[in-house]
Design a binder for this molecule. Structure first.
Ligand SMILES: Nc1nc2c(ncn2[C@@H]2O[C@H](COP(=O)(O)OP(=O)(O)OP(=O)(O)O)[C@@H](O)[C@H]2O)c(=O)[nH]1
Ligand SMILES: [Mg+2]
Length: 325
């Protein structure tokens, strides 16, 4: 049997949006299975169609609950939706918890929805790369909207702007002063702010404060973040939240910003891959390659500074024995 047979079977299953094949494929991405690369390569040309929306914010603000409400909202408009939730908890215990929270509230027989949690630790290839690859797979599978839930504030090593075209930052009333938010770097990444739990006291004030902060800030690429207020328990504000997301998506198209955004994201990914490759080539040589050993010894002995050592290593790929003094 030709070796192309199983490859094309997997590719076809993904194209047909078979949920089992998708789940298995994402597991292979998580394991960084080298045999899966040809599948991704075969599908790459079919990606770039989905709307990828980041839902990010501090722990417990209601991101998963919002995702669940957004799924219902999108399904009632007959749009297909996939979710990737990047879970900061341990890969052994926490991996499925968030997915379960969403799953509890949805129809299990609906093939227009796919939900996957990915543990943020325990990836040989790094979670940022794995997230991008999982999103791409779901894109190739034809999901129209892909929601990516991540915990903001540096707990998870995924910059949502590398993946999403619109980033929603979720906050709640009395989360702490806005200065905290600014510090956590959440302010710079928001295209849309969402004040969730607006059924709790203080929500109106929180929303007004945010609107004011946004008004004082400098627009990025001409866009001033929108502020929506939601409650997933009532529920309320879900339509407003989604139409804010769509307004930002339209803005990207109208202003010709989508292509530059994609270029930035692709370049970022290429650089991440190069970094990983360099690391994979140099680390194993640290103890075995006399040239690397000598270089490290010289840096330890203060005969050479780290930038000079880095320059020399970069100029000396594995196995090369170019003459250096
Ligand atoms: N009062 C109120 N509680 C809410 C609302 N939305 C979510 N919650 C509650 O907030 C808690 C956290 O909700 P999640 O949806 O798991 O929040 P999350 O941001 O995904 O949490 P992590 O993924 O653990 O960071 C749960 O107990 C929810 O029931 C809301 O609109 N109002
Ligand atoms: Mg969650």
């Amino acid at each position: 049997m030709s070796r192309a047979e199983p490859l094309s079977a997997t590719v076809r299953a993904i194209r047909r949006r078979e949920l089992r094949a998708l789940a298995q494929s994402i597991s292979r991405i998580e394991r960084d299975d080298p045999a899966f690369a040809p599948v991704e390569r075969a599908l790459y040309g079919e990606t770039g169609r989905a709307m990828v929306v980041g839902i990010t914010g501090p722990l417990g603000v209601g991101k998963s609950s919002l995702v669940s409400r957004l799924i219902a909202h999108l399904r009632s408009a007959h749009r297909t939706v996939a979710v990737v939730a990047v879970d900061p908890s341990s890969p052994f215990s926490g991996g499925s918890v968030l997915g379960d929270r969403i799953r509890m509230e949805r129809d299990d027989h609906d093939s227009g929805v796919f939900i996957r949690s990915m543990a943020s630790r325990g990836h040989s290839g790094g979670i940022a790369l794995a997230t991008r690859r999982a999103v791409r797979l779901l894109d190739a599978a034809g999901f129209e909207v892909i929601l990516v839930e991540t915990v903001g504030s540096g707990q998870v090593d995924v910059d949502i702007r590398d993946v999403a075209s619109t980033s929603v930052v979720v906050l709640i009333p009395h989360l702490g002063d806005e200065v905290q938010t600014l510090k956590a770097g959440l302010f710079e990444i928001a295209d849309v702010f969402c004040v969730n739990k607006s059924d709790l006291p203080g929500a109106d004030q929180a929303r007004r404060d945010l609107v004011e902060l946004v008004a004082f800030g400098t627009p990025r690429d001409g866009w001033r973040p929108l502020v929506a207020a939601t409650s997933t328990t009532l529920p309320s504000g879900i339509d407003e939240l989604w139409s804010s997301v769509e307004r930002h998506e339209r803005f990207l198209d109208e202003q010709g910003l989508r292509l530059p955004l994609r270029r930035r994201q692709v370049l970022r990914e290429i650089i991440d891959l190069i970094q990983r490759r360099v690391e994979a080539e140099i680390l194993p040589r640290a103890d075995t390659d006399p040239e690397v050993r000598r270089l490290v010894d010289r840096v330890v002995g203060r005969a050479l500074d780290p930038p000079s050592a880095a320059r020399r290593l970069l100029g000396a790929p594995a196995g090369s024995r170019s003459k250096r003094r």
